[in-house]
Design a protein around this ligand. Structure first.
Ligand code: ADP
Ligand code: MG
Length: 363
């Protein structure tokens, strides 16, 4: 029996994308459905980086069609279209930068910088243009994590700074400009000034995402960022220890106060993987990130293991996502990055739903 095109379209429209947690129809993602005998070519466009996702989505869609009794071989053509999103309308965006995403935590040493650089690399691997700004003025980590220690950016006109490039990312850090020992004695206003300059004097070019690796806490730097530029979303990193969770709560509350949407929580070092035998242990207790996420009604984007290889790769200038892109460790970051970008894309749609749709007919 011939397949009904209407039934096929309805089935595809009704598929729930696991990252967006919306149907493809709600996400307005289906560009075309072309049926030819028992083959169908489906073109889909999603609002987050999609390179590396095609195979998984094609298989899931194929299973969905089989479950709907549609016996048709599906070929998926997947593309992404990343649009700007910012809720703080009163602030002027950075030219060319679509989305600023802050990676924050209440406490130091929980793995913010490691998460920030791996998320940035995962988005870049997914096909996005990505920059990373190391906003930890007192303790910059990105020069080390990107293997750029000792390098200095250049400036053609004495005003704008060219970011350095590493693993496909544009990167800027106070660590490229001054000796970290020097910045330690800076007072609040100097730190604020330095961050403002790193943000606005850097020639970022066209970026889909600018990831900001925040210092710990809820102080001047966090406020400066939220008051100077529209921040599309924040990702909170926490470890399962009670103290880190209490600090993460403060971070969540702060972003809420300055109207920065929290895209979700990443629980880092949630499991320990023994480097000798591969044995897995919950050394800091289990489920803290999930409870925190539930308490604040935000998504748990991922639970990452405490793994010596992650530290060696990050501290060696070649973070996990580029060191072993197809490995299980990298896939933890890639999954979290996809969930975070989808949370942002979903919010964009939520907001656009508030406005009337304007349709221009081609005559
Ligand atoms: N999942 C992990 N497994 C093992 N080591 C990690 C992990 N995440 C971070 N680290 C290491 O812990 C240290 C602190 O991480 P970092 O990202 O600098 O934290 P923060 O930016 O929150 O201060 C670094 O040496 C880093 O390589
Ligand atoms: Mg850090």
């Amino acid at each position: 029996m011939a397949i009904s095109e209407a039934k096929l379209r309805a089935a595809i429209d009704g598929f729930v994308d696991p990252y967006l947690k919306q149907t493809l129809e709600q996400a307005n993602a289906v560009r075309s459905v072309a049926l030819d005998a028992d083959r169908v070519v489906v073109k889909i466009e999603l609002g987050f980086p999609t390179i590396g996702y095609t195979h998984k989505l094609q298989s899931a869609l194929q299973r969905h069609l089989v479950a709907a009794d549609l016996d048709v071989a599906l070929t998926l053509e997947l593309a992404s279209r990343i649009v700007p999103h910012a809720v703080q309308r009163n602030l002027k965006p950075l030219a060319g930068v679509k989305n600023i995403v802050a990676v924050a935590s209440g406490k130091g040493g929980v793995g913010k910088s490691t998460v920030a650089v791996n998320l940035a690399l995962a988005w870049a691997a997914g096909g996005a243009q990505v920059g990373i700004l190391d906003a930890d003025i007192y303790g910059p980590s990105q020069p080390l994590m990107l293997g750029l220690t000792g390098q200095h950016p250049s400036s053609a006109d004495g005003k704008h700074i060219q970011p350095l490039q590493a693993h496909g990312l544009s990167a800027m850090s106070i660590g490229f400009l001054v000796d970290p020992a020097q910045a330690v004695v800076w007072r609040g206003p100097m730190v604020t000034q330095a961050l403002s300059q790193l943000l606005s004097d850097t020639d970022w070019g066209e970026l889909d995402y600018l990831v900001v690796d925040m210092p710990p806490g809820t102080g001047d730097i966090q406020l400066t960022l939220a008051q100077r530029v529209p921040v599309a979303g924040a990702i909170i990193v926490t470890t399962p220890q009670d103290i880190a969770l209490a600090d993460a709560r403060k971070g969540l509350a702060m972003f809420e106060k300055v109207s920065v949407p929290v895209l979700g929580i990443i629980e880092n070092m949630s499991l320990h993987v023994c480097s000798h035998c591969g044995h897995v242990d919950h050394i800091f207790g289990a489920g803290g990130g999930a409870r925190l996420a539930a308490e604040f009604g935000v998504t748990l984007l991922g639970e990452l293991p405490l793994d010596a290889a992650i530290r060696e790769q990050a501290d060696g200038g070649c973070p996990t996502v580029v060191a072993e892109p197809d490995g299980a460790r990298a896939s933890g970051y890639i999954e979290a990055a996809r969930h975070a970008a989808a949370a942002l894309a979903r919010r964009t749609r939520d907001r656009s739903a508030l406005f009337p749709k304007i349709v221009v007919e081609d005559t």
